[in-house]
Every structure is written in C-alpha cells, then in structure tokens.
Write a protein that binds this ligand. Structure first.
Ligand code: 7TS
Length: 420
C-alpha cells in the first residue's frame, strides 16, 4: 500500500451517492415510465445487493434450523445467526450479546416489554408516561397493559414547534411513574429527542426508560451504554435490512428477572407436564424457529452502514433535509410540521393548502415519486395539529438533491391541478 492511500480518508467517506445507488438494484427501476424517486424511507428502506446476496447465500449454502442439530449445516446456521447477534450488539455498544433479543420488529419489541415487564411490575396507582408524538406501537401496548394492571397512562404534551414540552415534564414524571417510554425520533415531526437527558430524568424518579429507536437507530450512531437506556427497540427493515426481524436491547438485570413473553420451543430449559423452566438469555425471549436468514441480512445491513460510517449517514441526511426544507418552503401554501432542520431527522411531513394528502401522494406517484400519505400510525400527533393526515417525504443514504427537485416540481403540478 502506498503512503498516499494511507493518508486518504477512509474509502467509505469518499464514496459518492451515485456509487452507493448502484448497490441498490431497485433504484434503477422505473415506475409509471419515470425513474423511481424513493422518498418513503421512514416507512421502510430499500436493500443493497450485499444484503440480498447474504440472504441468498444463506439459503443456497447454509440453511438448517439453529440451536438444534449437531450436524454441520445446523452448526453453520447457528454460528451465522449468533454472529448476527454479536454484530447488532457491537453496533449499539451493548455490553453483551445476550442482551440482544431478536423479535419481528419494533412493534413486537415494545409489546414484549409492555407485556413481560409491565404485567409483572405495574399495579393500580402506578403510572406509565409516554408522549403525544409516539407511533401507535409505543401507545397501544401501554394502553393494553394499563387496562390489564390498573395503572394509569399519561402523555407528555408537545409544543407548537413539535418538540416535547419540557416544562410540563416535572409535573408528569413523578415517583408514581414506573415506565417512561418515548421515541428517540418522531416519524411525523422528525423531532430528535434528547434521549440521555430523558433517561436520566426517568431514572431520577425510579422509572425505567424504554426508547423507541425505530427512526433513530437507522440514522444516528447509537450507544446504549452512553444513553443508559433500559430498553431500546428497533426494526431491521428501516436500516437496509430485511423485513421480519427486529431487535429489543434490554438491561441484563431487567431481562433476567422478566417472565417469558411467548412460550414454545427454544425458550425452555425443561418442560414437565407439571410446568416448565426457562432457557437463559436471550433464548428465553425467542420462542420458536427464529428469522435466521433475516438475522444474517440484518448483519449485512449493519456491515454496510458501518462501511459508510454513521457519521456520514447523519451528515448526508442533514444536508438533504436542509435542502428539502428550503426548497419546500418555496412552495406557497405548504406547511411543514415539526422543528427546524438542525433539530430534526431526515423526514418532512407537510400539508399543501387544502389538497388531501392522498391526492398529493397520488399525483407524485404518477411521476414515479414514492411518498407516504396518511396518519403514519401516529394519530394523536395529527389530532394535536387538527389534521387527519399529512404527506411525508423521507430520506436515506441514496437520496439526492435532484430527487428533492423532482418532488418540488411534482408539488407544483399538484397545485396547478387543484388550482391552488
Ligand atoms: N416506532 C416508530 C417511531 C416508527 O416510525 C415505526 C414505523 C414503528 C415504531 C413501528 O415499526 P415496525 O417495524 O414495527 O412497523 N413507522 C412507520 C411509518 O412511519 N410509516 O410506516 C411505518
């Protein structure tokens, strides 16, 4: 290796977005005769060839059930599955891979905590605190467990700029609070919440902190030890990985003390007709044959993101978001929900005059532009703003300013069609 290459920045840092895009076969396709402009990354990201190939290779060369056979393939599959767990643990700086539970998605991870921890610990008089900006996945499980246990559910309100109302927090977060569950990044407002500070405040009153990382983990470097979170939930499919697998990170002492969530194979140590004893972590929480190929795909996705560097991922998205924020503000009659680019992640939910968000999305779709319209599984936050729906454009590593220009042109087209 020459001296020159040694002094260059890491190869990943100099990769162009055009080069990155070549790793994503789907981005080369056309939709309605136009190049695909994929701006629905908050709902789910696209997959690079490295992830697709890792899963194909697994099925072609390695598949067998895990943690069972002594035969070669079962041992190979088990090693690959457990290596994926290790990779996830390192990605979020978990102290031990045992603390990484594979679930189906963020929703299942949050349900696991609500049902297993919540049912064992909550009682009448206790309070569960969540926020008005939560996705339904971090609302409904708590509503259900509060109904079951007699605990009370409370919400941190939000301000006009779409941030948590920190002045209201001391009155809501009290010694009655047993759980404070909040999103690290809103999927509608884009708001990035100060996770470490909120966790510290939860701990100060003796509550556990449950963090919904569905939108933060794919976009921002995450260190569960620095944040001191008790639980962190996220989904593979939003971070270049396959659908069908998600993660729950948990503090070891809490996970050890929790009862199982689902019962069946793999999660037991011993089953007698009179009762059963549970397997150790993480298997206690992984009932049945797991999503093996998907875990391997997730590991490949993490490898891809690490190759780019999470700092680069964040910086690229901030640049795009600022560009989009400025360009969208040129469109008269358009209102963006949530805070300024400096305090938000790479997504912009907006309304365009009185045009229905579904109509906006349908017009954009005609030009091959994929955005999401609706309440984005976050009805309370839409209620807060007196809206039933918004249109949302969201960005990831492969998006470009040219795609945002196409979006803006599409919005002018919608305005012309609706005479706005
Ligand atoms: N939490 C947040 C903050 C989310 O944005 C989502 C998905 C979830 C939880 C649930 O993730 P899942 O993988 O279990 O489905 N959000 C969206 C969205 O905004 N549009 O489609 C899915």
């Amino acid at each position: 290796m020459s001296v020159m290459t040694a002094t260059l920045p890491p190869a990943a840092a100099v990769r162009s977005v055009a080069d990155i895009r070549r790793d994503f076969p789907i981005l080369a396709r056309e939709v309605h005769g136009r190049p695909l402009t994929y701006l629905d990354n908050t709902a789910s990201s696209q997959k690079p060839i490295q992830v697709i190939e890792a899963m194909n290779r697994y099925y072609r060369e390695m598949h067998a059930n895990v943690h069972r056979g002594v035969h070669f393939l079962s041992e190979t599959a088990t090693a690959a599955y457990e290596n994926a767990r290790l990779r996830v643990a390192r990605f979020i700086n978990a102290p031990h891979p045992k603390q990484i539970i594979f679930t189906r998605n963020t929703t299942e991870s949050l349900n696991l905590v609500a049902y297993s921890w919540g049912r064992a610990h909550l009682k009448p008089g206790d309070e569960v605190l969540i926020t008005e900006m939560e996705h339904h996945s971090n609302i409904v499980p708590w509503q259900l467990v509060c109904e079951m246990t007699g605990a009370t559910l409370r919400y941190v309100p939000i301000t006009a700029t779409g941030e948590l109302d920190f002045e209201a927090l001391p009155r809501l977060l009290t010694e009655r609070t047993k759980v404070f569950a909040f999103t690290a990044m809103s999927n509608v407002l884009g708001t990035i919440n100060p996770v470490a500070e909120l966790v510290a405040q939860a701990h100060a009153v003796g509550a556990i902190a449950v963090v919904d990382g569905a939108q933060s983990v794919p976009h921002l470097a995450t260190d569960v030890q620095a944040l001191d979170v008790d639980f962190l939930a996220f989904s593979s499919h939003k971070m270049l990985g396959p659908t069908g697998i998600g993660v729950l990170y948990g503090r070891r002492s809490l996970l050890e003390a929790m009862p199982p969530f689902l019962g069946g194979g793999d999660m037991i140590r011993e089953v007698k007709m009179s009762g059963s004893r549970w397997n150790e972590l993480p298997y206690k929480f992984e009932a049945g044959t797991p999503a093996i190929a998907e875990a391997i795909g997730l590991a490949a996705a993490i490898e891809y993101l690490e190759g780019l560097g999470m700092d680069w991922v964040g910086a690229h998205e901030r640049e795009l978001t600022t560009y989009a924020w400025n360009r969208l503000h040129e469109v008269e009659g358009l209102r963006i929900l949530g805070p300024e680019p400096a305090r938000r992640g790479g997504l912009l939910a907006f309304v365009l005059g009185d045009i229905h968000p579904h109509d906006v999305a349908a017009i954009l779709d005609q030009d091959g532009i994929a955005v999401r319209a609706g309440h984005h599984c976050a009805q309370p936050i839409h209620d807060h703003f007196g809206l039933v729906a918004t249109t949302r454009a969201s960005f990831y590593i492969y998006n470009t300013p040219e795609e945002i220009d196409r979006l803006v042109l599409g919005l002018y087209k919608a305005k012309a069609l609706f005479d706005l």
